[in-house]
Design a protein around this ligand. Structure first.
Ligand code: ATP
Length: 270
């Protein structure tokens, strides 16, 4: 018997307003949103919509967030699977889980399937580690390819996948009709970091003196996930200090604490 049927995610809808600092990338996926909203318009013209879009970029830059926002903007169901989850599964189950996933998504199409950490199953085949798990990985990968090849274009299912390591992917994944559309999600620049800080302080009472611009200048190299964490650490500090609003020193102390933690982490790991 099969473990569980895939269900679309529920909960608050994510939209493009929740994603900051990567506007060019949003523009690239706008066409997908439009297609999911009005597949008929594209079908009528015989236009081929991409079946697969690969989002690549460093961890924490918002790839998952963006995929959710595409579904939210299009108001379509969002199915998500983490590729590494499949590797840990009982042998022989991966391929059938993939089949289930695509079946469920087609039933409620238009819809989105999101595959996180695609490289965990999508690494080039015939690699060195051909022990045990690798057969399972290959079967799972083959099933994904089979499903995507089976798309006639009228299903209205778009597969978005994320990876930190596009260079290790099997070339078969990138062929036409598969993940032939590639979008790079880069770490945010100064303006991007400001915008992300604004998004994450939307629900946070911030003291009038707090300057998010200068906080953005003080956080080079930080990505969305780091900045979200920074805002939260500052709010925690503020609470601990009995502040009713988050003050500038809460932010600067939180930043210092995070930086120290990072340095310590680097010293410990090597
Ligand atoms: P990973 O490769 O580690 O899976 P990812 O690129 O998918 O990372 P997300 O999981 O989307 O990153 O980011 C984690 C959280 O960080 C998001 O839920 C969001 O709260 C915040 N975040 C990341 N990037 C952005 C962004 N561009 N704008 C606003 N928030 C962001």
């Amino acid at each position: 018997s099969r473990a569980k049927l895939y269900q679309p995610e529920r909960g608050a809808r994510t939209c493009f307003d929740d994603v900051a600092g990567i506007e060019e990338v949003e523009q690239e996926v706008t066409e997908i949103v439009d297609f999911l909203r009005e597949p008929g318009k594209y079908r009528m013209l015989g236009a081929q919509i991409p079946h697969g879009v690969l989002l690549s970029g460093p961890p924490g830059t918002g790839k998952t967030l963006l995929a959710r926002a595409v579904a939210g903007e299009a108001e379509v169901p969002f199915f998500s699977m983490s590729a590494s989850e499949f590797i840990e599964m009982i042998v022989g189950v991966g391929a059938s889980r993939v089949r289930d996933l695509f079946e469920q998504a087609k039933k409620v199409a238009p819809s989105i399937i999101f595959i996180d950490e695609l490289d965990a199953i999508g690494r080039a085949r015939g690699g060195s580690q051909s022990l045990g798990g690798s057969d399972e990985r290959e079967q799972t990968l083959n099933q994904i390819l089979t499903e995507m090849d089976g798309f006639t274009g009228s299903e209205g299912v778009v597969v978005l996948a994320a990876t930190n390591r596009p260079e290790v992917l099997d070339a078969a994944l990138l062929r036409p009709g598969r993940f032939d559309r590639r979008v790079t999600v880069s770490p945010p620049d100064l303006n991007g970091r400001s915008a992300i800080l604004r998004v994450h302080t939307r629900g946070v009472p911030v003291a009038p003196g707090v300057d998010l611009e200068s906080l953005a200048s003080a956080t080079p190299g930080m990505v969305g996930a780091d900045l979200k964490n920074l805002v939260n650490e500052a709010a925690l500090l503020a609470a601990r200090r009995g502040h009713t609003v988050v003050q500038n020193n809460d932010f600067t102390d939180a930043l210092e604490k995070i930086m120290l933690g990072t340095v310590r982490g680097i010293m410990l790991t090597g």
